[in-house]
Design a protein around this ligand. Sequence first.
Ligand SMILES: Nc1ncnc2c1ncn2[C@@H]1O[C@H](COP(=O)(O)OP(=O)(O)OP(=O)(O)O)[C@@H](O)[C@H]1O
Ligand SMILES: [Mg+2]
Length: 256
Amino acid sequence: MTVGGTSTKKLVAEQIRVHFEGVKAVDGIDLELEHGQIMGLIGPNGAGKTTFMNAVSHFVGRTTGRIILDGVDVTKLAPHQLAARGLVRTFQDVATFPELTVFENVELGALGSGLNRRKARQRAWELIESLDLSHLAALPSSALPHGDERRVGIARAVAVNPKYLLLDEPAAGLDDDESLQLADTIAKIRDEIGCGVLLVEHDMRIIFKVCERIQVIDFGKPLAVGTPDEIRNNSSVIEAYLGVKGAETAKGHHSA
Ligand SMILES: Nc1ncnc2c1ncn2[C@@H]1O[C@H](COP(=O)(O)OP(=O)(O)OP(=O)(O)O)[C@@H](O)[C@H]1O
Ligand SMILES: [Mg+2]
């Protein structure tokens, strides 16, 4: 079913609520994510970021609200049906298949999008090249440093051909160089694949480097949404999450 007459190329979540026994983990969060845009989703530990992502990609029951993908109400679809329509997510610990090579890992994602073997191989090569992973293609992913393995996991998700890619803390546990390289990879995905990216991340250098818009949540509720400039200067956001030091870090990382 098509919804309304408004511009349809976006992922919209309306008034998402997820209540566990006694815990209002997500309590009325909206989202509007456009193609070719990176939206940061930030907030303190336990704010409800992962639960919100789970709700949008339908990995939790007890969710209320509405999800509209490119103008179509998909609220009632199962996760695999959402994936087939281009909503793809990674988990807090992006894992690869350690015994498979980098190429095979990415190829698996492409096969998962329904391409035949020949087309899947072609798509995997294209992605590996554009994400600067060619020199690693023949290595088993177990042989990779942490940062490269993370980028391979993301390349595999991108191979599924997402219109909207939801990334949960892709830089967790990476060192400084690896984190900045990952930020470049995410920006490249936006620029070359053109999908919308919802990025949950505690590393404010990455958030303020790559996001066009940022949404802040706290205790499951919306706190602020705006441009990086608006967010880094928002006194409620500084108080609830960034702190003075975080705001300074944010000021040093202007989006391109
Ligand atoms: N399955 C569950 N059952 C009960 N409570 C849960 C469940 N999953 C999450 N919660 C609670 O919901 C709240 C939000 O958790 P969530 O993991 O979404 O936060 P988060 O913002 O992703 O935190 P972090 O930054 O630490 O990853 C927390 O209070 C958490 O304890
Ligand atoms: Mg989380």
